[in-house]
Ligand binder design. Structure first.
Ligand code: PEP
Ligand code: MN
Length: 297
């Protein structure tokens, strides 16, 4: 029986010839394309750590966390100015004001910043303030958005749809690549499974990391914060991701000051700057198990 729309990794050279290893011979069987965001190199020798608040909630909150994650050793700053929320009645982000705050925090700390764009109409606005553009899980298959983001030519962080197969994820990357932009970093952020939301927010699919590496040369990082939804699980998930060969991590951090306001968004999964420091120490101390050859673009 032939099932309409059924795809397997054997179909990848047809679905995504630009990002598939089999069709883009430049990267051979194991080379990773290095994606640069300022001085930060995804897919190079050392895993990259992106950290910051879930949402930009105020100038003070963002500057405080940006300084703290810099102090802990993070390479890049994250923070949402436009937030995808389940309810339209929840905090939606500060929008343009949030982008300006992120830019200020980036300039003060020297950390390049990644932030999400959800709306095709706002792609240019977000690109003015961000060093890297995030396409979130809910928009991984928003094809017009992928095309617009691809046209910008800026590095893109493409999160995996929460129910996306590997083929669908790489197909989404192909939309960006098809506009002439191969500056793409993939991000596994947890998938829906029979047990997701029973004891964690999603199920962290670490197995996809070696699978991505086998099928594509694009760097792949892990988001342990949204994958677990539980701050106590974030350190273990981070270490496991690195052991599985992740090229980096993107982690949500909140202030640990006793009088700090509780984050309006994803408070239960935020870790402290001190916990972030422990994760970065783990990365620093770890000898690469497998020396991956590098290939600069
Ligand atoms: C985020 O990183 O802010 C986010 C909303 O993540 P995701 O799209 O993976 O849910
Ligand atoms: Mn979040």
């Amino acid at each position: 029986m032939i099932i309409a729309g059924k795809v397997t990794p054997e179909d990848l050279p047809k679905i995504c010839p630009l990002v598939s290893r089999k069709t883009n011979g430049r990267y051979g069987e194991s080379l990773t394309r290095v994606v640069e965001v300022g001085d930060v190199r995804f897919g190079a020798e050392r895993p990259v750590v992106i950290a910051g608040p879930c949402a930009v909630e105020s100038r003070e909150q963002t500057l405080e966390i940006a300084r703290a994650v810099k102090h802990s050793g993070a390479d890049m700053l994250r923070g949402g100015a436009y937030k995808p929320r389940t309810s339209p009645h929840d905090f939606q982000g500060l929008g343009l004001e949030g982008l300006k705050i992120l830019r200020e925090a980036s300039e003060e700390t020297g950390l390049p910043v990644v932030t999400e764009v959800m709306d095709v109409r706002l792609v240019e606005q977000v690109a003015q303030y961000a060093d890297m553009i995030q396409v979130g899980s809910r928009n991984m298959q928003n094809y017009p958005l992928l095309v617009e983001v691809g046209r910008l030519g800026k590095p893109v962080l493409l999160k995996r749809g929460m129910a996306a197969s590997l083929c669908e994820w790489l197909g989404a990357a192909e939309y960006i690549a098809n506009e002439g932009n191969l500056e793409i970093v993939l991000c596994e952020r947890g998938i829906k499974s029979h047990s997701s939301s029973e004891y964690s927010r999603y199920s962290l699919d670490l197995n996809v990391i070696p699978a991505v590496k086998a099928e594509s040369f694009l760097p792949v990082i892990v988001d342990p914060s949204h994958a677990t939804g539980v701050s106590a699980m974030v350190e273990g998930a981070s270490r496991a991701a690195i052991e599985f060969g992740s090229h980096g991590l993107i982690i949500e951090v909140a202030s640990d000051r006793l009088d700090a306001a509780k984050p309006q968004c994803d408070a239960a999964q935020a870790i402290t700057p001190r916990a972030l420091r422990r994760i970065i120490r783990f990365i620093d101390a770890r000898q690469p198990q497998v020396a991956e050859k590098q290939y600069a673009a």
